[in-house]
Design a protein. Structure first.
Length: 146
């Protein structure tokens, strides 16, 4: 049933995940786990302290299956060096200016993704290059649970 009642998140979720040399080739890792009433993910920021760029794969997990929805390249030293910003996954664009994850926009023009109570968001560094020894890929996700 559709109503005119506004729905707002009831609690904030901030999740931090770090991939290192020992975790970079593991199975996808939960970034935002399933919430009892679903959630709205508003931002995912990724930094890379390595001296090479890394791809990061993004998955929606439904049940026990991961469905890949995108791959985003994270430049070397992004979010670590002055002048090399961290990557906002929801606003990342390709060389033609198209967003890499074609998401809906809220009233403020900001991209977001809803997850129902049975789905989670997972991420994993791409398999092409392992994260260097002593280096990290850091992920910060900001969401609201309903």
């Amino acid at each position: 049933m559709v109503t005119s009642t506004a729905i707002f998140p009831q609690s904030l979720l901030s999740k931090v995940v770090q991939f290192t040399n020992t975790t970079s080739t593991s199975v996808p890792t939960s970034v935002i786990s399933a919430q009892a009433n679903g959630c709205k993910i508003e931002q995912i920021i990724v930094s890379n302290s390595d001296t090479v760029a890394h791809d990061v794969n993004v998955y929606v997990n439904a049940g026990s299956t991961n469905y890949q929805i995108g791959t985003i390249s994270i430049p070397l030293s992004s979010g670590i060096l002055n002048g090399v910003p961290a990557v906002s996954l929801f606003k990342a664009v390709n060389s033609t200016g198209s967003t890499l994850l074609p998401l809906s926009l809220d009233a403020n023009g900001d991209p977001y993704i809803y997850l129902d109570p049975q789905t989670s968001l997972y991420m994993q560094p791409g398999a092409s290059t392992a994260v260097g020894s002593g280096k990290t890929i850091n992920i910060v996700a900001v969401a609201g649970a309903f």
